[in-house]
Structure formats: C-alpha cells, structure tokens
Write a protein that binds this ligand. Structure first.
Ligand code: COA
Ligand code: MG
Length: 302
C-alpha cells in the first residue's frame, strides 16, 4: 500500500469549477472531486468533464488527487471510471468508491482499472478507497478489505450509514438530541469495525465529513473522537475545515517529545537488560515502544 499522509481530505462538488479551483490551492492533504452525491443528476456529465479539466490543468501541489465516482448501482459509475481514467491516468491517485457493499464491488472497479491501464499503457496503478456507509458494507467488511490489492483505505460515511440503518441524524457527522438518549457513542460499532478491518490489512482509516461547517467546536469534538479511536484523518466539506482537522490528526510537540523520551529511555533500559523501565513515574515497556513508533511515524519522524 502506498503510504500517503491523509489527515484532511477536502471534498468538492465536481460540477462547481470555482470551488474546484479554490480547493486546488487549499491547505488540505488531499482533494476529492465528487461526482456522486454533491452533484445533481442533470450535472453528472458536466461534473465528469470538469473533473477531467481540473486534473489535467490545475496544480494541486503535493495533495493526493482523488475522484469519488458514482455508486455502482447507478447508470453513471462505469463511465466515470472509463472517461476519467482514460483521460487523466497520469494525474489521478485514488478513486473513492461510494456505498461499497461487498468485495465484489471493489473487484469490479479494480478489473475495470486494470483494463484501462493496459489500454492506455500506463504503468501507474490507481489506488482505491472504499466508503463504508451501508449496512451491507459494515456487515461484509472482512471481504471488502481483502478484495483488491489497490485498496488503500476505508472511509466512514455517517450520513448514508444513518439512512441505511434508519438511525435519526440531524446533521451529517454531528451529535444531536438523539445522542443524549443513547448511553454510549452511537457510531462506535461501525467506526471501531472500520478501524480494526483497516489496521488488520495495513489500510488508512478515515472519518467522514462534519456538515455543520460553521461549528468549529463541534468539528473539533468529532475529530477528537476519531483521533482518540485511532483514525488517520477526516473528510472536510468546506475550506474552513482542513486547518482544524489537520491539527487534530497531527501529533503535538508534547506528544513527539514524550515519544522520543520514552524511546530513548527504553533503549537505554534494554541495553542494560531491562524490559520495563520507570519514566517519570510511569511503567514503560515494549508496548509503549510500538505506540511511540506510531506517534513518530505520524509526525514524519520514522
Ligand atoms: N471546496 C472549495 N471551496 C469551497 C468549498 C469546498 N468544498 N465549499 C465552499 N467553498 C468556497 C465557496 O465557493 C466560497 O468561495 P468564495 O469566498 O470565493 O465565494 C467560500 O468557500 C466560502 O463558502 P461559504 O459561502 O461559506 O459556503 P457556500 O454556501 O458557498 O458552500 C456548501 C457551502 C456546503 C454548499 C459547500 O461547502 C459545499 O458544496 N461543500 C462540499 C459538498 C460536498 O462535496 N459533499 C459531498 C461530500 S460529503
Ligand atoms: Mg454517502
């Protein structure tokens, strides 16, 4: 799997050129041009054309370039893949597949990609990310994560998941009065399942969007929950969001300093024949070493 940093992914409607151009220079780690739910049915063809133009003409800097195709049960999805990959195979990194219900969905897109890459003689292999946002997707996670060598990550889509399960949700990704009625986190099961499935197969785990884009505190809380669980990043739907999201999903200076201190102390202890050591009154052992390696990896420190 290609090791991309995806703390913040800015999603932009494919039918809106002005927003795509703005997103190209935004400070997110990735941009995702959406052809699916942010695009009205009569704009699907226009969105495809604009996505091709954007990927061909705009400078996205170091950002990962993604396109979300339409769902595989729609009449649009095959042409999304064929038109966009034929035209932009050199300038596209990841295809996001929405409403993935089983491994067969990813195998279908993977096979189509292989055919197109052969036809255009491209040595690049476009990656896949799967949106888990249906009851079937949650149920079939084990088959989804093993379906395609192109799979790089799983994304939790809370709006469609709520719709699929019949759970009430006032604003996508937010907490509301219904949460107060439920003793626990209503999305814990699916988020934890996504995280475990992703980690078992060395994939990224990405949290979905927080729709109330003026509520910075709410966004911060949603990020903090996902980060506390172990997620790598979160979708953003407005340019005000990536800065907040990137910050939460980056280790703090304090976390990095503690990681270095723990690792140094552990190495000294190990050289002296000890497996457990006292660092500032806390027991540190090999498990801490593994946790701290993850912190430093997220900080880009290896
Ligand atoms: N990417 C890039 N630019 C965006 C943007 C996005 N996702 N969302 C808003 N902007 C731009 C606006 O065009 C506006 O630009 P301007 O100041 O140059 O005119 C600026 O950011 C401020 O936008 P604002 O007026 O606060 O919001 P809005 O009413 O224009 O847009 C939404 C609000 C929700 C319609 C819009 O944010 C959006 O479409 N988000 C993405 C939706 C999406 O992709 N959904 C699918 C995935 S869940
Ligand atoms: Mg969705």
């Amino acid at each position: 799997m290609i090791d991309r940093v995806e703390r913040s992914i800015l999603v932009v409607p494919g039918s809106n050129w002005k927003m795509i151009a703005k997103a190209a220079s935004a400070s997110a780690d990735a941009i995702c041009i959406d052809l699916e739910d942010a695009v009205a049915p009569d704009q699907k063809a226009t969105a495809r054309t604009l996505a091709i133009r954007a990927l061909s003409e705009l400078d996205f800097g170091t950002k990962t370039r993604q396109v979300r195709i339409n769902a595989l049960d729609s009449e649009y999805a095959y042409r999304d893949v064929v038109d966009i990959v034929e035209a932009c195979h050199q300038n596209l990194d990841v295809i996001v597949v929405p409403k993935v219900n089983s491994g067969a969905d990813l195998q279908f897109v993977g096979t189509l990609l292989t055919q197109i890459e052969m036809a255009v003689k491209s040595a690049r292999h476009i990656g896949l990310e799967a949106l888990i946002e249906t009851a079937q997707g949650r149920f079939n996670l084990a088959g989804i994560v093993t379906a395609s060598p192109r799979l790089e990550g799983l994304i939790y889509g809370s709006g469609d998941y709520a719709a699929s399960l019949g759970m009430p949700m006032e604003s996508i990704g937010g907490m509301d009065a219904h949460d107060a009625q439920y003793p626990g986190h209503r999305w814990h099961d699916v988020m934890q399942a996504i995280l475990v499935a992703a980690r078992a197969h060395d994939l990224r785990a990405i949290d979905g969007p927080f729709a109330d884009f003026r509520d910075e505190a709410g966004l911060g809380r949603a990020c903090a929950i996902a980060r506390a669980m172990g997620f790598d990043g979160k979708w953003c739907i407005h340019p005000a969001q990536p800065e907040i999201v990137t910050a939460v999903f980056s280790p703090t200076d304090t976390e990095i300093a503690w990681a270095r201190e723990v690792m140094d102390a552990y190495m000294v202890a190990q050289a002296a024949g000890a497996g457990a050591v006292n660092v500032r009154g806390k027991m540190i052992d090999a498990a801490n070493l593994r946790m701290m390696q993850k912190v430093l990896a997220r900080a880009g420190g290896g």
